[in-house]
Design a protein around this ligand. Structure first.
Ligand SMILES: C[S@@+](CC[C@H](N)C(=O)[O-])C[C@H]1O[C@@H](n2cnc3c(N)ncnc32)[C@H](O)[C@@H]1O
Length: 238
């Protein structure tokens, strides 16, 4: 793969000065930020339902706010949910399965005000054992889960994305969708490893492995939408 790094600019003879190259890279970065703001301000925020706006604003005040899924990705998923008329959905990371209930409780008053709490079954747990339990139909509350979900969203530990994918492929019906967040991992998937900060390396490797694996997976159709931090949409076809 060829990388457009400051160095490759120099090799292409576009610029002679590394300092100048840094400025150009920064301009590209700013343009990306401006475009993102443009999309949010023109297309996303004006149409955001008020509970989602409230949720976004509450989340913005939380120290872990960087973790939240981008509003444009949320809008795209809202569209997908309507297009497939999704009734039964599952989320890994915050709303449905999460080891940390505190974050769910931040959003709970908003969920209650929106009158949808009865539609959500929050499970405080590591996700893999819950998915395995669902597949074994061990819960009396939720029997017959295989092939019963219309839609799944995953935004949890990147190291387990492929494990979640395998289980969700059984839980989601043929024609259903599994959507994974952060599949561009801040753009680092297209950077050489040495350019990536230490704390991002392990997840980057998992995401690269995940992206490679789903790209050749014949059980699904895929589209990687460059929305938010990258949203991979997988449609189960067999
Ligand atoms: C990036 S955040 C999700 C943010 C969420 N999409 C939002 O917009 O608010 C990832 C979440 O996954 C949860 N998580 C991480 N590892 C997990 C695991 N093994 N099982 C279940 N949840 C996990 C974390 O506790 C965290 O709440």
């Amino acid at each position: 793969m060829e990388f457009t790094t400051a160095e490759s600019f120099l090799h292409e003879g576009l610029l002679q000065s590394f300092e100048l190259t840094k400025i150009i890279v920064r301009i590209f970065f700013l343009t990306g930020q401006n475009l993102k703001q443009y999309i949010l301000k023109t297309n996303v925020y004006p149409r955001e339902p008020s509970p989602l706006k409230e949720l976004r604003e509450v989340t913005a005040k939380h120290p872990g706010n960087l973790m939240s899924t981008a509003p444009d990705s949320g809008q795209l998923m809202g569209m997908l949910l309507k297009l497939i008329n999704a009734k039964k959905t599952i989320e890994i990371g915050i709303i449905a399965i999460d080891p940390n209930k505190e974050t769910y409780e931040i959003g709970l008053p908003i969920i209650q005000k929106a009158g949808v709490e009865h539609k959500i079954n929050f499970i405080e747990s590591q996700a893999l054992p819950v998915l395995d339990k669902l597949l074994q139909n061990l819960s009396t509350k939720y029997p017959d889960n295989e092939g019963s979900f219309d839609f799944a969203f995953v935004d949890a530990d990147k190291e387990n994305y492929l494990n979640y994918h395998e289980r969700l492929l059984k839980l989601v019906k043929v024609g259903g969708l599994i959507v994974f967040d952060n599949t561009l991992w801040g753009g680092t998937v297209a950077q050489p490893e040495e350019a990536v900060s230490e704390d991002r390396k392990e997840s980057r490797r998992s995401i690269i492995e995940f992206n490679k694996s789903v790209s050749i997976d014949q059980r699904i159709e895929i589209a990687l939408a460059p929305s938010g931090d990258g949203l991979t949409i997988c449609r189960r076809i067999r």
